[in-house]
Ligand binder design. Structure first.
Ligand SMILES: [Zn+2]
Length: 129
């Protein structure tokens, strides 16, 4: 299989999919089992916007072992255009370039290498736009 095809399939599998509570309409990402607002357990799927803004951030100088080659790196709270907030790494920047209010888009990146098992975990990170 060609690598562009694998790449496209991964994007599909890991697309930014949240959920919307059918009881009160609140949107969650990542998904939850029970709505903290109304206690509802009935959710519909909700696609998340691909962009957001940095609310606040911090620079990590000593990270977990699997991140040790990436330090220092920036972890930020990002607010999606629909108001939902997530915490994720901001990639491809030096900490001085990051500030609150800057716009980011979500990019698909390797999160973690499982070492011995060879499993690579992918997910979304943020990149300045
Ligand atoms: Zn609810």
């Amino acid at each position: 299989m060609s690598s562009p095809k694998i790449w496209r399939q991964r994007i599909e599998r890991y697309r930014l999919l949240g959920q919307k509570c059918k009881g009160c309409g609140k949107v969650y990402f990542p998904k939850r089992l029970v709505c903290p607002e109304c206690g509802g357990r009935d959710f519909g799927e909700e696609s998340m916007p691909e962009t957001g803004k940095i609310v606040t951030y911090t620079t990590v100088y000593v990270g977990p072992k699997f991140m040790e080659n990436d330090t220092p790196y920036v972890v930020a709270i990002i607010e999606f255009a629909n108001g939902v907030r997530v915490t994720t790494q901001v990639v491809d920047v030096s900490p001085e370039e990051v500030s609150a209010g800057k716009e980011v888009k979500f990019v698909f990146r390797k999160l973690k290498d499982e070492g011995k098992t060879g499993v690579i975990v992918y997910g979304y990170k943020a990149q300045l736009v």
